[in-house]
Structure formats: C-alpha cells, structure tokens
Design a protein around this ligand. Structure first.
Ligand SMILES: [Zn+2]
Length: 297
C-alpha cells in the first residue's frame, strides 16, 4: 500500500515560523486533528469542516519557497511534467464545457483570461493562439521568466492582490493547483471576484480531500504535502466561493486511482466511478461572478 501513494513533489519540511490560525472560511478557532504528517498537521474546523494546516507557516516564509528558496526546483518539476499537466488542464476545461462558454465570449471581441499560478505558461500560450488576450501571474520567478523568454507571455511575479488589476478586467480567471498553496484563500477569492467582469468565469482546480484516495491513504495521500496549506472538498470550496459572491455553475471530480497503482482495466473502472459519483482525487469548481455585498456572510 505504501508504495502506491507516491506524494506530489513539495518543498521539504523546514522549521519555518509557524503560528496557529483561525479557520480561513468561518473564523472559528475549534479544530479536530484530521491528518498527522511528518512535521506538520492538518486540522478540521469543527464549525465548517475546512481542513487546514494548523499551525501554519507564515506568508513571508511560504512566498520565499517559490522564489529564492526552491524556485529552480519548481521550474524543473513544471518542465518535466509540462505536457501531462497541459493535457490534464485541457481535459478538465473540456469536461466542464468550456468550449460552449468560449463562443459567446469571442463573439463580443477579444476575450481576456488571467491564469494565476500559470507556471511555464503552456496553457496560456494555447489561449493566445486562439485569439485571447492572455495574462499570467506566477510568483515562482524562474517559471515566470521561462514563460516570458520562451513563450513571450505577459507574466507578473507579484502575488495576485499586489498587481492591483483594474476591477472587472477579465472574462475568465483560472487557478489550477494554486489555491491550496495560499495562506489566505478567502482574500484571494475576493480579489478574483473584484477583477472579473459581472458574469465572468472562475475555474478553480484543487485536490479533493473528500475523494476516494484521500480517504484511503489518509496522511500518506499524495496531496498531503508541506506546500498544501488547505485541503478542500467540494463543500468547503463551494462555500468559500459563494461566501464571496460567486454562484456555483458546475463541479467535477476526476481520478479514482493513481496511474500505475492497478491494472488499467481496474483503473478505468475506478476513474469512471469516481467521476460519476464525485469522489475523484482532483476537483474543479466553475464559479460565476454574481453580486457581492462587500461583506462575507
Ligand atoms: Zn471553519
């Protein structure tokens, strides 16, 4: 069983400054232990169920990992997996019917897309090829530099909020395997809401703590890694989005068993079942920007 749960690459556990945090979703301060990993723990909020690393490394330490700390290793990891990550992202977009959204957006002129955590910019390049105005945010400086030099893309290295994009600037915002790395996902979602035009699309992909593999492997689950500060479920992530003014248009999960862990016929069956019943290993939520009162409920 152990060898079946190879963890996703992460920066190694170090003795960064950490502190206890209130729940990022409901502000609660009562938790139960969810997963105990080597050097860190995930706690479940008794109020809303959000699973969060707690105590949590502070934001300056976390940001440093992707820059001077381990930026080059991140770039190597992204480059080594670039083709498969692009393929998965395109499959996910296809699966939520993105092509149907794209038609009306393109009919109105040049649609705008922001890919937050765009890594080497492979997906952004595809959008640009299809006539989109494509912009990226990537705080991993070597990856951002690669996207600029090799793909000639406009990629910003400041965290989203520090870019001060104008309000209602984008038709679509993507965040793939990004939100779980952030110290303050609520502030992030609020900023995405501000920079999307009314009715704009937010597509957020992240590991699913309520999936089959998470339940099976527990602390050995491949996504229970030091770089993941939050482990969302469809329920907790939907709540975070609706709290900040989004309407949930669609949710999807994928992946029953990791590649190489079972004969391909078994894996196919497991993958199909996971997708159908919503217990896949990775999930995508498609949110639409609705009105936000300015105060999270
Ligand atoms: Zn909570």
């Amino acid at each position: 069983m152990h060898r079946l749960s190879v963890k996703t690459w992460s920066t190694p556990v170090t003795d960064e400054t950490s502190r206890p945090i209130p729940c990022a979703l409901c502000g609660g301060t009562r938790f139960t232990l969810q997963l105990s990993c080597e050097g860190f723990s995930y706690m479940r909020c008794t109020g809303c169920g959000l699973v969060q690393m707690n105590p949590q490394p502070v934001i300056t330490e976390v940001a440093g990992r992707y820059r001077e700390g381990h930026g080059d290793e991140y770039l190597s990891y992204e480059l080594a997996n670039e083709k498969s990550f692009l393929h998965l992202q395109e499959l996910a977009l296809k699966d939520v019917g993105f092509a149907v959204l794209e038609g009306p957006l393109r009919a109105k002129g040049t649609p705008t897309i922001l890919d937050i955590g765009c890594a080497t910019g492979a997906l952004l390049e595809r959008f640009r090829e299809r006539g989109w105005h494509a912009l990226g945010v990537e705080i991993c400086t070597p990856s951002a530099e690669y996207a600029r030099q090799v793909r000639n893309l406009d990629v910003r290295t400041l965290p989203l909020i520090e870019n001060h994009f104008p309000p209602a600037a984008f038709d679509v915002v993507l965040a793939s395997h990004l939100i779980e790395h952030l110290n303050d996902p609520a502030a992030f979602v609020q900023e995405v809401h501000r920079i999307l035009r009314p009715g704009g699309h937010f597509l957020v992909t992240t590991p699913n703590i309520a999936g089959f593999q998470a339940r099976l492997f527990k602390s050995r689950w491949r996504s229970a890694i030091f770089d993941h500060l939050y482990l969302f479920s469809i329920k907790t992530l939907s709540q975070l989005l609706t709290q900040r003014g989004f309407t949930i248009a669609k949710t999807r999960t994928w992946g029953g068993l990791a590649a190489g862990t079972a004969p391909s016929c078994i894996k196919r069956l497991a993958d199909r079942a996971a997708k159908k019943f919503g217990f896949g290993d990775v999930m995508l939520i498609h949110g639409l920007k609705g009105p936000f009162s300015g105060k999270a409920s």
